[in-house]
Design a protein around this ligand. Structure first.
Ligand SMILES: [Ca+2]
Length: 413
């Protein structure tokens, strides 16, 4: 599903869909050949947990999960313009990004500072583009380092950039670009832009397929439609899966993705999960493992926006099937594993915020594996939800994707 409302993407699909489909039909033949070469030549040992290999791919609606305990929704802050991401600070405050390029501070008392944090880099806000993810360094208390993603470049040539800076009061100091996805793409769609820290001091960052570059998701020489794994200073971990392979981008961690806007690491199960927008239908939840190929656009359960098939294949040997599929599209955005004490029934479950369904999906998990049960939460908000976070206070936090966006906290009733 496109990250609607996307003005330029919709216009393009209604005006150029026929030629686009024909281009893709030819390109699909090429990429199947390419992918066969890649999968064989790379010959990767994926080391995927057994659960991934035997994953049951289910479409929505899934069996309803047992109803949650009663909850109450509290408003933390309002007046945020299309907030995208939320990071908790050790002092009880929060950082929130606004897509237009502002980084905002909510202090420990819950007050939104009327001034944005100074010295954020300029961003080009186009449809889905702008300032996206924010996270603090795992050692923030001692180094004050903040990481964020934003779109870098022009409408005709842009891509997702990861940057790092030191937070000094209400200013960013020493703003340093760490990684810029290549090649550049046109327009503001399918940027990816989420990242998550892993316990081994690296981070994994999602890069979308740019909407028009879908075949490149199978090209191991670039970053389009991939996740990349980096050290915290932007350098390349020596144990990345493609290191030492000629012609392959050494930053790549996984490939064959469309547009991943949610990443979360389950520290208990020691598993990295990603959600991904399909085209029309075929939104996915995936378990990521080093070197994995997740199939796009060779295999998908979604259709093109014209209603045509993207590919004849819903699965393909050598690619990893999703753990779950959402058809029709829910448009998954943020994602979190709930670890708190306040909702005992939710512990270990994955929460996926959605834009089109205007909900949060609770994906019931057992030892890091989906049970097949899901619960649709927070429909009463009637709002596109951009992010969901596991708060250090045991509450669940969500951001609404609105002109007058909100930070909301969900606590037991
Ligand atoms: Ca896939």
């Amino acid at each position: 599903m496109i990250d609607a409302p996307v003005r330029d993407a919709r216009i393009r699909t209604t005006t150029t869909c026929e030629s686009r489909s024909m281009q893709h039909a030819g390109a699909a033949r090429n990429l199947r050949a390419m992918a066969a070469v890649c999968v064989t030549a790379l010959g990767l040992t994926l080391g995927l947990p057994a659960a991934a290999a035997s994953a049951l791919t289910a479409t929505t609606p899934a069996t309803p999960a047992q109803a949650s305990v009663p909850y109450r929704i509290e408003t933390v802050a309002t007046g945020l313009e299309h907030p995208w991401s939320l990071a908790f600070l050790p002092d009880g405050g929060m950082l929130v990004t606004e897509r237009a390029g502002r980084l905002r501070l909510i202090d420990a008392a819950g007050t939104l500072n009327p001034q944005p944090i100074a010295n954020t880099p300029p961003v080009s806000e186009m449809s889905q583009s702008g300032l996206m993810e924010v996270a603090i360094d795992p050692e923030f208390a001692s180094n004050r380092l903040v990481y964020f993603t934003h779109t870098y470049g022009t409408k005709q040539a842009n891509n997702t950039q990861l940057s790092r800076a030191r937070l000094e009061g209400m200013t960013l100091a020493d703003v340093q670009p760490l990684f810029l996805a290549k090649p550049a793409k046109v327009g503001g769609s399918n940027n990816g832009g989420r990242f998550v820290f892993l316990p081994d001091n690296t981070l994994v960052l999602s890069i979308g397929d740019g909407f028009d570059l879908r075949e490149q998701a199978q090209n191991p020489a670039n970053h389009i439609g991939k996740t990349v794994r980096l050290n915290r200073d932007g350098s390349i971990p020596r144990d990345n899966p493609y290191v030492g392979r000629p012609g392959v981008a050494v930053e790549i961690f996984t490939m064959g993705h469309r547009n991943m806007q949610g990443l979360t690491y389950d520290a208990t199960a020691k598993r990295l999960f990603a959600n991904e927008h399909g085209p029309r239908g075929g939104d996915e939840l995936n378990l990521l493992a080093a070197g994995g190929n997740y199939g796009w656009p060779m295999a998908t359960q979604g259709l093109d926006y014209t209603g045509a098939r993207v590919t004849p294949y819903t699965q393909m040997p050598g690619t990893q099937p999703p753990l779950l599929v959402w058809t029709p599209s829910v448009a998954p955005s943020g994602m979190a594993v709930y670890t708190g004490e306040r909702f005992a029934a939710w512990q270990g479950d994955i929460f996926v915020s959605t834009l089109v369904e205007k909900s949060v999906r609770r994906v019931k998990m057992m030892a890091g594996v989906p049970t097949g049960e899901q619960e649709i939460l927070f429909k009463e908000l009637n709002a596109r939800i951009r992010d969901v976070r596991d708060g250090p206070d045991g509450a669940l936090y969500v951001l609404t994707d609105e002109q007058n966006g909100r930070v909301l906290r969900i606590v037991p009733q």
